[in-house]
Design a protein around this ligand. Structure first.
Ligand SMILES: [Zn+2]
Length: 152
């Protein structure tokens, strides 16, 4: 979209100038009465999800994958935790799927145990909402919390 005043690319403002609605750039948005400003940038996570960009997601059943691999290698939890520089209690929570490992931790575990924990998902398509509890916040969770807050 070109600015209807100066012709620059990237006009996002709509202003009313002498009764005419013009789509203009930021610099020209002061020329008249501002009717519409560009949409504020959304949460980058949501934005990339909307764009359907491939993202890495921790696979379902990651806890048992980690635990199985670890046991096969005969590694006590404490030893594995030490090797990847994490707290043993934290790793335990991950194995019990009470905590979702972040990508960094998942990578370390993948390397250490020779397992696959991350899969590429293109979010924006069907998002698996079942059994989401304890696996990080979803938009639905956030909305629910906000609703609850309003009620209080
Ligand atoms: Zn302009």
């Amino acid at each position: 979209m070109e600015c209807e005043i100066c012709g620059v690319e990237g006009a996002g403002y709509v202003v009313l100038v002498e009764g005419a609605k013009l789509t203009v750039c930021h610099d020209c948005s002061g020329a008249g009465k501002l009717l519409r400003a560009p949409q504020p940038a959304r949460d980058p996570a949501i934005q990339s999800a909307r764009a359907g960009k491939a993202e890495m997601e921790v696979v379902d059943g990651y806890g048992s994958i980690i635990a199985d691999a670890r046991k096969k290698m005969g590694l006590p939890l404490e030893v594995l935790a030490e090797r990847i520089n994490e707290k043993h209690s934290f790793l335990e929570r991950v194995e019990h799927e009470k905590t979702l490992p972040d990508a960094k931790l998942a990578h370390k575990l993948e390397k250490e145990l020779g397992i696959k924990l991350l899969q590429e998902v293109s979010s924006g398509t069907a998002v698996d909402v079942k059994d989401r509890q304890g696996k990080g916040m979803t938009l639905g969770d956030i909305l629910e919390i906000q609703m609850k807050k309003k009620k209080d």
